[in-house]
Design a protein around this ligand. Sequence first.
Ligand code: IVH
Length: 669
Amino acid sequence: MNFQAAQARIKELTDLVNHHNDLYYNKSKSTISDFEFDQLLKDLIEIENQFPELKSPDSPTQRVGGTITKEFENVTHQYPMLSLGNTYSKEELEDFNGRVAKGLEGEAYEYFCELKFDGVSISLIYENGLLVKGITRGDGVRGDNVIANVKTIRSLPLRITSEQTPIFFEVRGEVFLSKEIFKQLNKEQEEDGEEAYANARNTASGTLKMQDSSEVAKRKLDCYLYYLLGENLSVQTHEEAIHKIESWGFQVSPTYKKCTTIAEVIKYISYWEKERTNLPLETDGVVIKVNNLDQQKRLGTTAKVPRWAISYKYKAESISTKLNGITYQVGRTGAVTPVAELEPVLLAGTTVKRASLHNANEIARLGLHIGDSVFVEKGGEIIPKVTGVDLLQRDPNSVSVSYISNCPECGTELVRKEGEANHYCPNERGCPPQIKGKVEHFIQRKAMDIDSLGEQTIKQLFDLRLVKTPADLYDLKKEDLLKLDKIKEKSAQNMLAGIEASKSVPFESVLFAIGIRFVGKTVAEKLAHYFKSMDQLAAASYEQLLNAPEVGEKIAASVVQYFSEDRNVEEVSRLKSAGLQMETSQQEPTQLSSKLAEKSFVVSGIFENYERDQLKEIILANGGRILSAVSGKLDYLLAGENSGASKLEKAEKLGIKVITIQEFESLLN
Ligand code: IVH
C-alpha cells in the first residue's frame, strides 16, 4: 500500500469505527458484530503501524491503548479543582440554603441537583475540539496528566465535531467502573485465583494510574461529565452548560433535576436514596448547585469549597448484630478467607447473615470476640463488611478470636507467605475444596467447556474417589457414572460426550484450564500464541517467559514453578495422552515484507508510540527474528527509554548495533 492509499483507507476506517462507536455508546444501537468491529480496528492499527506518521491523536485506535507512561506529567490546573462541603441532614441543608439566600441578598435563585457519583474526578482539556489532556485532581492545584488512559474511555469524544465549540474549554466529571464491569472484573480475579478488589472507586482510581494503557482499555472505565469551564462559553446557567456538553457528545447522567425550593431538593434526595441502587454505578450522595452562573460567581468560593454548591451524603446503612462465630473458607488455590457468621439482620433491603473479614490482619484490627455486638455496613462494597465492635455490649467473659493454624478442611498446617495477607493451605492435592475447585475450574465454559458436568457431579465423583484431578475425567467409564445419584444411561452418555468433545477445545483454553496460578484466560491466550505448544512453554526459562507479552515476574515465576513439579508434569502428560490440544492451531501472523529477513532483534525499554509486543509483531511480520538476550549472534538492540543498563553495556562490549525507534522505522521504510 502506498502513502496515499494508506491515507484514504485510514480515513475510511476511522469514519467507520467512529460511526459504530457513536451508534453503540450514544444511541445504544449496534449494526455490526463485536468481531467485525474488532476487525475494523485491527485493520486500522495495522496500517497505522506501517505508516506511523499518519496516526492522528484522535484516532479510535487510541481507545485500545498501547502507550506506556512510566511517569505522568504533573500539570497545574487552569482552574483549581475544589472539593465540596458535606451535609448529612435536612437542617444542615437548610443552613446552606440560608447562606445562599443571604449571599444573594433576596434575589430569586434556583438549584440544580445531581447525584454524587462515587468515582475519581477528572479534568479534560480540549483545544481546537481535540482532547489534549486528562488530568487527575491531585492536590486540587496540580494533578497528573493521564491522557493515554483517559483516551481508552469509549464514551468520551476524542474530538468534538460540533462547530460551535470554543477554541479552549475544560469539562470535568467522574471516571468510574460500572457495577456490572466491576463485578465481572472480580469474577475474573477469582477465576484467576487472585484476591477480589474491595470496591469500584479504588479500583477505578488505581486503573487510571496504570502505566500500560492497553491494560486500562481492558478494564472498560466509563465517565459522566458534570461541569463545563472556560471563557466566553455563552451559557448563563449550569443547566444550559449541561445541555451544551450533552449536545457535544459527552455522557451526562440523566438523573439531574432543576429545583426551585429546598423542599424540592429534599424530595429529590429522598427519591434517589432508594432509587440509586438501580443505577449502573455507585453513588454516595447528591450535589446541589446554584443554577445561575452569575450568582455562582457572586457567591464565590472559600479556600477549599464553593459557596454555591454543597453535597448531601447518604448514610452508608449500618446496623448492629451479634457475631455468632467465624468460619473459614478454602478456595481453589488454597487461600483461606475468614467469614463472620452473624445473627441474621435486615440491611439495605437484604438479609445479611455473613460478612467477609478478609484476613487475619482485619480480625486483629477489629479485635473481635465471639458473641460481640458488631456493626455491619453496606457501602460501595458488594459484600457487607464488619466495621467495628460495640464494646459497651461486650460480655466480659467472652473470648477473643484467634486465627486458626490448621486447614478447616484437611487439617494441614496453614502457611502465610511473606508479604501476603492471606493464609494458605499447602495441601494442594489432598485438600477437598482445592481438589474439587481445580476440577470445577477445569470444566468451566472459558476453560474446557464441559457443561454436561456440574458442581454437584464433581462433588459426587470426588466422594466416590473417581476423580481426584482433571485428568481422571478422561478415564471415566459409563459404569462409573451410573454409580452417581439419579444418573441414568442417557445422562451418563451425555456426560461422556461432553468430556469427549472437550478434546477439541483449543490449546489456549487447555492452558487456562490446568490452572497455573496467575495465568488467567488473557495471559493463557498470549502464552499459547507466543510459545505455540505446551512442550515449548514447559521448557521455557524464566527469562524467556519474561519476553512473552503480558508476562511479568510474578507470572513467569509461577509458570516455572508449575512445570518444576513432577505431579504437574505428569498431569499434563496424562491430559496429552487423553488427546487434548497441546499445540496452537493458529496461523502464523501475515507476512508483510521480508525487509528484516535474517536480522535478529532484542527490544528493550519503553517507546512512546508503540507497545513492546507490537514492535515484536512488526519485526516478525517483516521477516525478522526476536532473541531473548543480547549475545554475539544479535544484529540489533532496539532501545527505548529506560532500557536495561546491562543489556546496553553488553551490546557495547560485543559491538552490537544499538538503534533508536527512528532508526528502526527507517529500516522498514
Ligand atoms: S461538582 C466545585 N458534581 O465530588 C464543584 N462533583 O467532594 C465541583 N463529584 O471532587 C464538583 N459527583 O469528584 C460535582 N455531580 C457532581 C459530582 C461531583 C461526584 C465528586 C467530584 C468532587 C467531589 C467533591
